[in-house]
Design a protein. Structure first.
Length: 226
């Protein structure tokens, strides 16, 4: 069994957050925390900014400091944005990681989905086809992102979902959501249709094959955008 302990590598403010999970609604003012923790207000303010950048707390004028539900995505995205700024090819490497995550968790994820989830996935596909077949044609990027995240939405693993969410944020950062090749988009959504049909038919293996083939298309797109 893992020992319950607070890492010595985190700041006093983060230690306080970890040690007081019951403080869901609001946190004490910095002056009060400074006295309790024995840390200067200036140092605590710096620690607070780190916590805000990691998406752990929010600060609003009237409500003060509030804890946010833990998510891995903000920390990943900050590092990923910097990596992409250094070298755009880092996004290709991250996209490869995302592919392996989705395929590794496919069967577990789809087995957790409910009939209501199946209906929501079908609605997303219908919305996407409506955009692609409309006048004027629209790129169904929101539906693309939402569909993939919804498939893995029942996983009780904030690290998996955080990595997947970060991929889609980075996907938009590098501009792939503006790609306009109609034949490519049609082929992608044909695969999405196969994936959702398989999920709704409880045929996870057929959906897995469609996912794998669909991901190969994504890699072609990414490579062509270099």
């Amino acid at each position: 069994m893992l020992r319950e302990r607070v890492s010595p590598n985190i700041s006093e403010f983060l230690r306080y957050l970890a040690a007081h999970p019951e403080a869901e609604n609001s946190l004490p003012p910095l002056i009060e925390l400074s006295r309790e923790l024995g840390v200067g207000v200036a140092a605590l303010r710096e620690q607070l900014e780190v916590a805000r950048s990691l998406g752990l707390v929010e600060v609003k004028p009237r409500t003060g400091m509030r804890r946010k539900t833990y998510t891995f995505a903000p920390a990943v995205l900050k590092s990923l944005d910097y990596a992409i700024a250094l070298n755009k090819d880092h996004f290709i490497a991250f996209a490869d990681l995302r592919q392996h995550i989705e395929t590794a968790y496919w069967h577990e994820s789809v087995n957790l989905l409910t009939p209501q989830d199946h209906a929501a996935l079908q609605e997303l596909v219908a919305r996407a086809w409506k955009k692609l077949r409309g006048t004027p044609i629209e790129i169904p990027h929101p539906e693309h992102r939402e569909l993939h995240l919804a498939i893995y939405g029942r996983l009780n693993n904030p690290f998996v979902t955080g990595l997947l969410q970060s991929y889609w944020d980075a996907y938009e950062t590098v501009g792939l959501n503006f790609f306009t090749d109609y034949n490519y988009l049609t082929e992608v959504w044909n695969y999405h249709q196969k994936m959702v049909d398989a999920i709704c038919s409880n045929d996870a293996e057929a959906g897995y094959r469609a996912l794998s083939e669909h991901t190969d298309l994504i890699h072609q797109l990414i490579s062509s955008s270099k």
